[in-house]
Design a protein around this ligand. Structure first.
Ligand code: AMP
Length: 426
């Protein structure tokens, strides 16, 4: 039996808590800091993930058997290293392995070393050579700040002037320490997909593919966001493409990391471009996507706890993941104005009336239960209305029917989540 601590406060962590809470192997679940939804499945506690000693002390006091780290920042910051040093099992890579997300230059270098298909690139630590290199390249071209920049550090330049400006902006400190170096890479064309794999340092267990919707507007228009919806799996990731992805991208990555003495333990999330030459790596993330995690957890039929624990302790060989048939879709309800300024503390009603519909789960992201017991929106992305269906159409219809029953006048959502899959036909 496990006592588990989940770290984070988003929809991803609510989905992880929801799934973990269903495990027959669970004795007690904590979430730090959690949100207005995680308290339905876990005991929310005030713990700062940046304070490694406090996390370790909490785990010792409460005999925690597994820590699941949701977001990337504590991983890049070495929380998994600290927990492992204290002999506390932890789902999530050490800081060096989390560089796969934390440093784009690190990942590109690894791709070059292991012959992993990705956009042609050069890394730069100073502006002058970067400008000179740009003059030899064709347009459009992609310029990326090396470090974590909350999804804002990637500029796709259509003109030479934009490209040079991006280089100066990054080296002038627009992204702080994340812009101490940068990567210039070839622009790839194709459809994007996400692919998730559990790893215990050696063994890799493929999960599902997914597609997200980053833009705020319908038809994938408007500003970039943390993600307005997602679905899994996607038919565009065929078995053949999955096999190529495993063989050419995931396995060489894990092998190289292990050979470097930094075995990868946790979930590896590959952002892929499906090009005419096959799948190419756009980027790695060292954690579940948010909101992709919500659809993966909804689709998973078996128990997640043995899988998470096996990743943490290097015992994944022989494990299988089981999945429901069909598709899951999650639609993000955000506060009016997001990703710009938005009102906080507005009241959300109508969730209780949804009951426990077998096919629909509403995960919480930026919510809080007020002292008077009402549910309040306190963030930009607030609810993730997640539904399964035999087909994408059914999953979509189930999700939007639930959304129509939620009473939150200050919220909005995209009405077209899953549109790419619907246009593909059968
Ligand atoms: P990243 O943070 O590296 O995933 O980049 C963010 C987004 O920029 C990706 O999801 C792609 O839509 C786009 N992007 C990044 N690199 C490239 C590239 N080399 N070619 C085309 N689009 C790219």
């Amino acid at each position: 039996m496990h006592k588990i601590l989940v770290l984070g406060s988003g929809g991803r962590e609510d989905a992880l808590c929801w799934k973990i809470a269903r495990s027959p192997e669970l004795e007690k679940l904590y979430c730090a800091p959690g949100n207005g939804g995680t308290s339905r499945h876990a005991e929310n506690i005030a713990l700062n993930a940046a304070d490694h000693d406090a996390v370790i002390a909490f785990c010792r006091e409460n005999a925690v058997t597994l820590v699941v780290i949701g977001p990337e920042a504590p991983l890049v910051d070495g929380l998994a290293d600290s927990l492992r040093a204290a002999e506390i099992a932890c789902f999530g890579p050490n800081a060096e392995a989390a560089k796969l997300e934390g440093s784009k230059a690190y990942t590109k270098q690894l791709c070059a070393e292991a012959d992993i298909p990705t956009a042609a690139f050069q890394n730069f630590e100073a502006a002058a050579p970067a400008h000179a290199y740009l003059d030899t390249q064709s347009l459009p071209i992609v310029i990326k700040a090396d470090g974590l920049a909350a999804g804002k550090g990637v500029i796709i330049a259509e003109t030479a002037a934009q490209a040079h400006e991006a280089v100066d902006m990054i080296f002038d400190g627009a992204f702080g320490a994340a812009g101490a170096s940068l990567v210039i890479e070839e622009f790839m064309t194709g459809e994007e997909a996400s692919f998730f794999v559990l790893c215990d340092g050696e063994t890799a267990l493929p999960l599902l593919s997914a597609q997200d919707h980053k833009r705020v507007g319908e038809g994938d228009t408007g500003s970039n966001t943390g993600g307005m919806g997602a679905y899994a799996p996607t038919a565009i990731m065929t078995e053949a493409i999955i096999a190529t992805t495993m063989q050419r991208i995931i396995e060489p990555t894990l092998k190289t990391m292990a050979a470097r003495g930094h075995p990868y333990r946790g979930v590896l999330y590959a952002g892929l471009m499906l090009t005419a030459q096959g799948p190419k790596l756009v980027e790695y993330n060292c954690r579940f996507g948010d909101p992709e995690c919500q659809v993966l957890m909804t689709m998973m039929a078996g128990d997640i706890v043995p899988l998470l624990h096996a990743c943490a302790v290097g015992a994944l060989a022989g494990h299988q993941a089981q999945w429901h048939d069909g598709t899951a879709i999650t639609v993000v309800m955000a506060a009016d104005g997001y990703p710009g300024a938005y009102e906080k503390n507005t009241q959300i009603k109508g969730l209780d009336a949804l009951g426990d519909a077998e096919q629909v789960t509403v995960f919480h992201a930026g919510t809080q239960i007020a002292p008077d017991g009402t549910l309040r929106a306190i963030g930009g992305r607030v609810l993730n209305v997640t539904a399964r269906g035999k087909t994408v159409e059914q999953a979509q219809a189930n999700a939007y029917a639930a959304i129509d029953a939620i009473d939150w006048p200050q919220g909005f959502c995209r009405r077209d989540i899953g549109w790419r899959e619907l246009t593909r036909g059968d």
